[in-house]
Design a protein around this ligand. Sequence first.
Ligand code: FAD
Length: 486
Amino acid sequence: MRVGVIGSGIGGLAIACRMASKGHEVTVFEKNATPGGKIGEFTLKGYRFDTGPSLFTMPELVRELYAAAGESVPSTFTYTKLDVHCKYFYNSGEQLVAWSDQQKFAEECAQKFGEDPANIFEYFKRASLIYKITADIFLFNSLHKVKNFLKLSVLKSLLQVHKIRFYKTMNAENRNNFKSPLLVQLFNRYATYNGSDPYKAPATLNVIAHLENNIGTYLPDQGIYSIVQHIYELALKKGVRFEFNSLVTSIDIKNKKAVGLSVGDTKFAFDSIVSDSDINYVMANLMKHPLKKRFDRLEPSSSALVFYWGIKKEFPELDVHNILFSGDYKREFTNLFEEKIIDNDPTVYIFVSSKMIKSDAPKNCENWFVMVNAPTNSEENWEELIRTTRQNIVDKINKSLKTKIEDHIECEKIASPITIAQDTLSKGGALYGNSSNSIFSAFLRHPNFIKSTKNLYFVGGSVHPGGGMPLCLASAKIVDNEILAP
Ligand code: FAD
């Protein structure tokens, strides 16, 4: 079978590897010059930066991809489990280290915030229960095939669904669980891992705490982009052809079947097509789908404003992942999703891969990836927003770290919702497709296939099961195992 794949994000690369290893003839079309989509890298004045993801969870899904392709993971692909998930700084001056060792973390929460350690252990146990109940239904199977709901494991999970309190918001559930408001804020933050608002997203998203705390967080020893480089090499080894600098301009459909792709005036015939492009872009531009408006109405996930800074100094008080929390988390999300602005006191995330990967920065220097959540682009005045937000971030860092960071920034590059949208064609620069700001969001995500058009399938962060590297890998597994399987 001839398979055409649109886009070389992690979902597109994964499905290409899976299809090619089954003996199919696979061609990937990518508008950019390099693979990876939202996962990219660049170097500037001796510093290396990962452009997008910084947190790597569920590495077993990469291993599983190699196994599905009949290969073992190469010795060059190594990653390290982090002892500290994140270091948290609060406006009040308090600091908290989120140790991966749960006993140590619980003790830290008790000592710093007076939280009963039993609440921490109970929370992680519940997060694990949510994973057990939801993984089969929501993550690793198509949610849109009736036969999946008849599987014994899924039926068993369905009988327990009430236990996960999906009808409550994440914030309501967390407030119920923790005495300390600072810990509620910390655990609410997991909603942002798929670009959502903890005051609206269902408590089911507490499953993310399971991935981080019960399984672990990792950093590839050669940086996040090495995930893409390895999967790309796997695809080449399996015989996948890549057409870079090739923007697919339409999916060609005949008698309700996808029969090929067009790249400008050139047409390519295929037996099956898998799109890794943002579903909104596909519907509006590649299919001109009559239901396009239905997709337009769905709320996108948040986007980001990222400052990549080469810092001529080392900050021992920082870890690999660091959060400088805002003083008013609720207001921050109201501004993000309703007012469509970045709060004046935003939560600032600082990722410093050079803490572990020494070659990522010159000696005695650090590579800072400084990110705040941002609304997706809807014609805001970004020049002004970037200018004021940069100053707010600088002020916040200076206060928290008692420094004058402006004096240490040696070089800078900026990514905004506008550049993210241009680079990856995601809607308004959304990082994770649509938001999960409703209890029905899992059901509102586009399925991995489309009933009206045969031989057309979808992978990647904008479709089921959702955004983030692990779920993109899961989408490829679903299409491979359930939909394209003979
Ligand atoms: P994408 O990465 O969206 O790539 C799609 C590709 O398709 C692009 O290369 C695009 O050029 C190409 N394309 C689209 N349309 C066409 C067309 N018509 N013709 C040709 N090519 C086309 N995830 C995590 O797991 N952990 C994190 O810490 C994390 N942090 C993030 C931080 C940032 C700043 C960003 C931007 C993302 C982050 N994510 C994180 C999300 C993660 O990067 C994405 O969910 C994931 O990489 C999306 O992969 P994808 O398969 O959907 O494809």
